[in-house]
Design a protein around this ligand. Structure first.
Ligand code: FES
Ligand code: FES
Length: 167
């Protein structure tokens, strides 16, 4: 099968690749780029474990072809920490026990970052609604919701400290 050239920016780095036209974005990230923090839970767009940010917006990467990512900016879970320091939302998940096995966690974090980018102070209802496409088999969701509330607070504190938005 002939390969197609694509140019993307992934976690801040310009990437040029050749991909099969039928390859899903999630498989491109995991197999071609080794970004295995993006998980595959179902392959049928139900679980949200494969969620990444495309131009800042949460997208299930099993629902998209790699060629459709051409010209776009992608953030995976590997790209949210800064200089070896966890993102405030990651810290919040750790502190508030927002994960158990961790399989759903990259998707939960990226979906929530999308929400927090649009709304720095979401209500519990808005948080739960935003998570409706992300499944967790372990936590019962309550600790995830608590983590996101606490993460919003930590992001605000960090912004005040740095006087610039936390991404
Ligand atoms: S692997 Fe993409 S939604 Fe489950
Ligand atoms: S922490 Fe195990 S699936 Fe969510």
């Amino acid at each position: 099968m002939s390969l197609v050239k694509i140019k993307t920016r992934i976690n801040g780095k310009a990437i040029e690749s050749e991909v099969e036209p039928r390859k899903l974005l999630v498989h491109f990230l995991r197999e071609d780029l080794g970004l295995t923090g993006t998980h595959v839970g179902c392959d049928t767009s139900n679980c949200g474990a494969c969620t990444v940010l495309i131009n800042g917006r949460a997208v299930k990467s099993c629902t998209m072809l790699a060629v459709q990512a051409d010209g776009n900016e992608i953030t995976t879970i590997e790209g949210i920490s800064r200089n070896g320091e966890l993102h405030p939302l990651q810290k919040a998940f750790l502190e508030k026990h927002g994960l158990q096995c961790g399989y759903c966690t990259p998707g939960m974090l990226l979906t929530s970052l999308w929400l927090l980018k649009k709304n720095r102070n979401p209500s519990e209802e808005e948080i739960r609604k935003n998570l409706s496409g992300n499944l967790c088999r372990c936590t019962g969701y309550q600790s995830i919701v608590e983590s996101i509330k606490y993460g919003a607070q930590l992001m605000k504190e960090k912004e005040e400290e740095q006087e610039m938005p936390v991404r």
